[in-house]
Design a protein around this ligand. Structure first.
Ligand SMILES: *Cc1c(COP(=O)(O)O)cnc(C)c1O
Length: 387
């Protein structure tokens, strides 16, 4: 039996996996201690749980557990990486390179640094959403301290060429940060193979709880220095003060472990569902444009423009399926998404776009329902439209 409403917006957030919730529960009640308490069993248990989770997160990234800093989520991790590097390396140079299709959690800290006198290059992208590596090479100067390029885009699912970017960045002696909130747990990711120096992730994008995430910070070859942005009791090796969110951290660890074990099968299954969705839509409807590369793409993402309809009216008509037009943060406003504009979509096609984000709990039956529902609503809106 199909249960409505259907959730297909997994780039915005994912449900907590019941196995993750189960692992978290004892840390709210009987094991509630402060992980920084050194004088009793309650503190030791909490600390042991947090360190176990740190190992699991590290192992998903090919890192060592001493390189993982727990934060409140990817937004904080991005801020810590960018502002923390800027402060620690200010005497080496004052240039940062990023990409115009990044999440606001990267763009806004870069803009703030720009206002404080840093030079920031916002690289443009090709119509398929990928950065141009020659443009990256020519943007790099002796004063470039940081290159920040996301692993997978949260709107169009495009995967950036991290391995090549890592090589270029390493050759030129700059540091490489990646916002990997959409990639980690969904596709293989190894900080050493990719020459990544800092990586941001978020638990609620990988079937863990909201309000917890991590920043990977490389400790050797090279050892990355970082200034804290939250000062206080010196938790997380002084990089993130504040009593650790132990239940959340345990949830993140468990979620990371499950992703590591199930990622290969899960991404095959989600890609098949995604392709079924796309083929269903193109079989039923003309005037469909896929936004972003179809080859360098997350297995669970589809972003489509439906010529002649307005995304908001489409979403309203669909009603019982949770989808998003443009990015979740931008959909409260009428502005077309900065990502779709960057890949060259005109305003009308950008407004006519829908993002489908498939996840662990979606079924074939749900995909078939969504195909029929979207088809019916697009046809109806096109019939009503004068153009
Ligand atoms: C969701 C997301 C964020 C923000 O993560 P939070 O944990 O909600 O702060 C940042 N970057 C990308 C690419 C995301 O998808």
């Amino acid at each position: 039996m199909l249960k409505l409403p259907i959730y297909m917006d997994c780039h915005a957030s994912t449900p907590v996996d019941p196995r993750v919730l189960e692992a978290m529960l004892p840390y709210f009640t009987e094991r509630f201690g402060n992980a920084a308490s050194r004088t009793h069993r309650f503190g030791w248990e909490a600390e042991e749980a947090a360190e176990g989770a740190r190992k699991k997160v590290a192992s998903l990234l090919g890192a060592s557990s001493r390189e993982i800093v727990f934060t409140s989520g990817a937004t904080e991790s991005d801020n810590l990486a960018i502002k923390g590097i800027a402060e620690a390396y200010r005497d080496r140079g004052r240039h940062i390179i990023t990409v115009c299709t990044e999440h606001a959690a990267v763009l806004d800290p870069c803009r703030r640094l720009e206002a404080q006198g840093w030079r920031v290059t916002f690289l443009s992208v090709h119509p398929d959403g990928l950065v141009d590596l020659d443009r990256l090479r020519s943007a790099m100067g002796h004063d470039t301290v940081l290159v920040s390029v996301m692993a997978a885009n949260n709107e169009v699912g495009v995967l950036q060429p991290l391995a090549q970017i890592g090589t270029i960045t390493r050759e030129r002696g700059a540091l490489f940060h990646t916002d990997a909130a959409q990639a980690i747990g969904r596709i293989p990711f190894d900080v050493n193979a990719l020459n990544i120096d800092l990586a941001s992730l978020s638990a609620h994008k990988l079937y863990g709880p909201k309000g917890v995430g991590a920043l990977y910070v490389r400790r050797k070859n090279p050892k990355v220095s970082l200034a804290a942005i939250i000062d206080g009791g010196g938790h997380e090796r002084g990089l993130r003060s504040g009593t650790p969110n132990v239940p959340g951290i345990v949830g993140l660890g468990c979620a990371a472990e499950i992703c590591g074990a199930e990622m290969a099968d899960e991404s095959r299954r989600l890609q098949a569902l995604r392709d079924r969705l796309l083929h269903g839509l193109t079989r039923n409807l003309a005037g469909i444009d896929v936004n972003g590369s179809m080859t360098d793409r997350l297995p669970n993402n589809l972003n489509v423009s439906f010529a002649g309809v307005e995304g908001e009216s489409l979403l309203m008509g669909i009603g019982d399926v949770a989808l998003s037009s443009g990015s979740a943060c931008a959909s409260a406003t009428a502005k077309p998404s900065h990502v779709l504009k960057a890949i060259g979509r005109e305003d009308d096609l950008a407004h006519a776009s829908i993002r489908f984000g498939l996840g662990r709990f979606n079924t074939e039956e749900e995909v078939d329902y969504v195909v029929e529902k979207v088809t019916a609503v697009v046809r109806r809106l096109r019939d009503m439209s004068p153009v």
